[in-house]
Each structure stands twice: as structure tokens, then as C-alpha cells.
Design a protein around this ligand. Structure first.
Ligand SMILES: [Zn+2]
Length: 306
């Protein structure tokens, strides 16, 4: 029986980075896919216990270790005042306190002069905050920036920032709840609860269409596909479509950069590529930070560029 996946190559780190660089340099088009692993490599990991203690001290004191423990199901039985305290704190830190990451800026420097496009499952808006031209970025999972009506009475959405500013001082550090429940925002039309809009904001379909148009423009062109830190939380967004695109495209190569989280050793990364992509895909079991910084170091110095 043949293996269904190629999990590693004989190439060294330097050799596979050199192969990636050759594709980046000679391709007409560059497609970047970015998952949670890229932000983790940039210092914003949802598995980082130390980071969690700094921005969610009340929850850390209650025995929680990192944000991934608190996605959805854990919060189902929480009172609303606790859920809002937690979510507001989380979004405030991820979106507004954590700085625009140097690693993203370096990634931009690698492709700035190319015909590139980014698709990301990250909601932290790092691409926008580090200066990527947003007409070349598709945030497939939307972002934390807007709220929607859970009663679905309207398609209108509202900025979350004013609510963050108003609610943060109302978090009671003892109970870790919003102290004044009347301050929790509600739909101005029907009074229903509000929730993060993610993909439900105005303009999402236009952004999606722009991505699809760009993908179609790669037909007949040489296409470098660089996937950074995309695992199996939402493989349907980036990982599986990238495999299919690589398979169907006449002149494309997929570089899959994926390693285990530094904060969670022993749980393995997922650099493997389907055996059907043999010769068209390279598993790179490395941290996105190491790969991007190595490529960045190979860029000509500013001023040397002709
Ligand atoms: Zn409503």
C-alpha cells in the first residue's frame, strides 16, 4: 500500500527555503494562505499560557490556561455579563492591544512588488494593521470588528470598538462580569442580543468575489502557493481548497509551512501533503517565523535595489 500523504522531504531547511524563494522570485502570481499558526508564530498564540495570564488574569485565576479552552462550548452556561466581560477583554487584547506584528511586516516585504493575494482564517486584522493592501486580502472568517443582531432582524452591523471602550471599565475584577447589565449592547431595532458579525458584515460577498476573480486570473500563469500555519480547525477555508487548486493548476507549487505550537510541544504539526501532489507540493515542518525571517534576510538591502 502506498502512503496517502507525504509528510517530509529529504531537503534540509535551507534547501526547502531556497526552493520556496525560487518559486517566489519566478512566479507570476503568489497566493498566501494564513492560519492561526502565523499569528502564533508572530507572538499571538491562543495556546500561550503566559500571554493568557497577562490579558485574562481573572480567568487564569479560575484555572483556565489559554483561549482555546474558552471557544464556544465552555461559555454556553455562562451568564451574559460574564460572556461579555470575557469576549470584550479577548477582542480588545487581540485586536487593539497586541501590536501590529513585525513578522507580518516582513511577510509583506517579501511580496510587496508582486501580484499576490492573501486568504486568511484569522480574525485579528493583523494584515490590515501591518499595511497589507486590503484589496489583496480576503478575511475568509471575517473579523472581530463588527456586531450583528442574533435575532436576524436586519443585515446591518455595528462597530464593536465603542462598546469595548464603554464596557471595559465596567468589568468587575471580583466577579469578572459586566457590573451594569443595562450597558450590554442590544439590537437597536428588535432588542435581541448582539454577537460578533464575523462573515456576516456588509461587503463580505464583494471581498469573496475579489478573491475568486484573482484565483481565476492565475489560469495559465506560474503560481506559487504559500500556506502558513493552517491546521485542521477550519480546513475547508484554506487547506483543502489549496490542495485542490494545486492539483488542478498546470503550473503551481504548494509550500505548506506548518509545525507544532511552541507552547504546546508534542502535539505535532500538520505539514503533510496528499501523495497525489507529489512533485507539486513541499511539506515544510517549520515555524512560519523561521521561514519568513530566513526569506526576509535574503532580500536585498534597502537602497541596493535598482
Ligand atoms: Zn434585531
Amino acid at each position: 500500500m502506498t502512503d496517502r500523504y507525504i509528510t517530509k522531504t529529504d531537503a534540509s531547511f535551507e534547501e526547502s527555503v531556497a526552493a520556496l524563494k525560487a518559486w517566489l522570485d519566478t512566479s507570476d502570481k503568489i497566493l498566501i494562505g494564513a492560519g492561526a499558526g502565523l499569528s502564533a508564530a508572530a507572538g499571538l498564540s491562543y495556546l500561550d499560557e503566559e500571554l493568557f495570564k497577562t490579558f485574562q488574569p481573572e480567568m487564569a485565576a479560575r484555572g483556565y490556561r489559554y483561549p482555546y479552552e474558552l471557544f464556544e462550548r465552555e461559555k454556553e452556561n455562562w451568564p451574559q455579563a460574564r460572556e461579555w466581560a470575557y469576549n470584550i477583554r479577548h477582542i480588545h487584547f487581540v485586536r487593539y492591544v497586541f501590536p501590529p506584528a513585525e513578522l507580518y511586516k516582513k511577510l509583506l516585504a517579501l511580496v510587496r512588488d508582486k501580484d499576490f493575494f492573501v486568504v486568511t482564517s484569522n480574525c485579528d486584522r493583523q494584515f490590515m494593521r501591518t499595511g497589507f493592501p486590503m484589496e489583496r486580502v480576503f478575511e475568509a472568517q471575517g473579523s472581530y470588528d463588527r456586531l450583528r443582531c442574533t435575532g436576524k432582524c436586519t443585515r446591518e452591523t455595528w462597530e464593536i470598538k465603542p462598546h469595548i471602550d464603554r464596557l471595559l471599565p465596567l468589568i468587575d475584577p471580583e466577579t469578572f462580569m459586566i457590573s451594569d447589565e443595562s450597558a450590554i449592547p442590544r439590537c437597536p431595532y428588535c432588542g435581541a442580543d448582539l454577537a460578533t458579525a464575523f462573515r456576516a458584515f456588509e461587503g463580505y460577498k464583494d471581498e469573496q468575489a475579489r478573491y475568486v476573480d484573482w484565483l481565476e486570473s492565475t489560469d495559465g500563469k506560474k503560481l506559487c502557493i504559500l500556506e502558513l500555519g493552517v491546521g485542521f480547525n477550519t480546513p475547508v477555508v484554506i487547506r483543502w481548497p489549496f490542495e485542490r487548486l494545486t492539483y488542478l493548476h498546470d503550473n503551481a507549487h504548494l509550500f505548506r509551512v506548518n509545525t507544532e505550537y511552541r507552547e504546546w510541544p508534542g502535539h505535532g504539526g500538520f505539514p503533510m501533503v496528499p501523495a497525489e501532489l507529489s512533485g507539486k507540493a513541499t511539506p515544510m515542518p517549520y515555524d512560519a517565523k523561521d521561514v519568513i525571517e530566513r526569506l526576509y534576510a535574503m532580500l536585498p538591502e534597502e537602497g541596493e535595489q535598482s
